[in-house]
Ligand binder design. Sequence first.
Ligand code: ATP
Ligand code: SF4
Length: 318
Amino acid sequence: MICDKSKLSVLNLNVHYLEGPGRVIKAVNSVSFEIMGGESIGIAGESASGKSTLGSAIMRNLEPNARIIGGSIFLDNIDIVNLADTDFDREIRWKKIAMIFQGAMNTLDPVFPIGEQMQEILRSHGVEGSLQNRTLASLDDVGLDRSVAKMYPHELSGGMKQRVVIAMSLLLDPDILIADEPTTALDVLVQAQIIKLLKSVKIKRGISIIIISHDLGVISEIADKVAIMYSGEIVELANSQDIFSNPKHPYTQLLISSVPKLDSKGTIVSLKGQPPDSANLPEGCYFLSRCPFAMEMCRKKPSPLNTASGFVLCWLYE
Ligand code: ATP
Ligand code: SF4
């Protein structure tokens, strides 16, 4: 559904981490995409492909050693990359763009009841009036009993805590909600309930959700369009239907056809081989070493090629 909510345009964004003398991790490379008000996008890709860094850059919540070294993030007509911190905090953070961080449900304050933590968010953003009523209404919105307001985090299940985190992120009625791995660490049944909740939030409020996940199943439930990331680049962007029915990039094809599983260290691996070192990216296509269709020309960098609903970064379609 397209509505009068804010539009987000990310243009040629580059984010690096400075990781000690001479070592620069190129986490997000020339990323561009756009979502209209109320439109949702899924950001998919293996671990370390730059998904969380991209989300944190949009939320201006990057680690101290991260630098946006180029590009723009337009919220309507304002480039939020260049906005002063005070202006971003006053006008944008939580009010226009909110984020559910990875593992946020484990960072609820153990010392205060849920209702008080929620009221504190409202207070710190200068909201006046009956904070308690607003908090209780928010709990209703995410399907939690009002008695949860008086409870402490340790009294709640994982699914309830994740609902609290979603309620908190929606307290200031944002136009865009970034949800970073919102179902990870929950059991399958609870995952399905959280996805259902996010879908209903999207429909009822008409907001955009940027859903970040390694799980294409989760993304397919919520996103109108999908960006597939590899080594910090978007290698394919398309609407959800096209990406699942007619994936073009060889990496997208492998990602869709492979079933993610855990390796011995508990890391999610979905296909054979490793991406290149982000501090030492090759000159040509970053997927070359794992691509079943690699050709001589792939040693040169491909350029984005327009497709029916987005673009693909691959010489096969030149
Ligand atoms: P995951 O699914 O595991 O969260 P991701 O796709 O979200 O992965 P990012 O967490 O954005 O990927 O990481 C992108 C790259 O940046 C990786 O190579 C990662 O090791 C690196 N990185 C992330 N945070 C830092 C940091 N604070 N300092 C240095 N490098 C970092
Ligand atoms: Fe494979 Fe070449 Fe396409 Fe890269 S550009 S994905 S190596 S075919």
